[in-house]
Design a protein around this ligand. Structure first.
Ligand code: URA
Length: 204
């Protein structure tokens, strides 16, 4: 259970994000989309940038890709309120153009601070920008659904739900990758417990 100070810190951070004017995207947005979900989430999903629906509502993944993401979460028994959902870019680029490198850089600090506060056990990347952040120079076709552990966090690349929505073959891949998440988490827990057990043993 997190302390109320911790929770207040995440709420305050989202407020700071909502007030951000650190790049040109502030001129074009309707609403900032800081992210939402459980502050105690084990799982953090990181998408690319808000689209039209998200920009209107100020909430991540609320359009068709979001509905598909909710179905994928339901397939592993989770509701969106039980995970945390955020984006690399917090404001919609006009006409959904690719964000400029300077815009990605200006936004970097917000996700870094969210991760510090949520401290998820697993970070799932959805799409190009979050893939580039954690798996630079790698191709999603080769590494999707393959976990990598660094420190105490598991990084897990998946196709973007929008890409998989209307493409049968990708859809089956993203569904299968989502179904692996509970077992990846459980296995990492077993390994951590075994490691803690062996440390304890060595104490005696
Ligand atoms: N696509 C994203 O990457 N993020 C959203 O919030 C919505 C669609």
């Amino acid at each position: 259970m997190l302390s109320s100070n911790y929770m207040a810190a995440l709420t305050e951070l989202c407020q700071e994000i909502v007030n951000c004017r650190d790049c040109e995207l502030a001129k074009y947005r309707s609403k900032v989309v800081p992210g939402e979900g459980s502050e105690e989430a084990d799982l953090l999903f990181i998408g690319e940038a808000p689209g039209w629906h998200e920009d209107q509502q100020g909430r991540p993944f609320v359009g068709p890709a979001g509905q598909f993401l909710e179905q994928l979460l339901a397939s592993i028994g989770l509701r969106r309120e039980e995970v945390y959902i955020a984006n690399v870019i917090k404001c919609r680029p006009p006409q959904n153009r690719d964000p400029l490198p300077s815009e990605v850089e200006a936004c970097r600090k917000w996700l870094d601070r969210q991760i510090e506060l949520i401290h998820p056990r697993m970070i799932v990347t959805l799409g190009r920008y979050s893939l580039a952040r954690y798996f630079p120079n790698e191709s999603i076709g080769k590494i999707h659904g393959k976990e990598r552990k660094s420190g105490d966090v598991i990084y897990y690349p998946m196709y973007h739900p929008a890409a998989a929505l209307h493409q049968g073959s990708l859809r089956r891949l993203i569904e299968a990758d989502m179904l692996r998440i509970p077992q990846v988490l459980a296995r990492c827990e077993e390994i951590a417990e075994a490691a803690a057990g062996s440390q304890q043993l060595s104490l005696f």
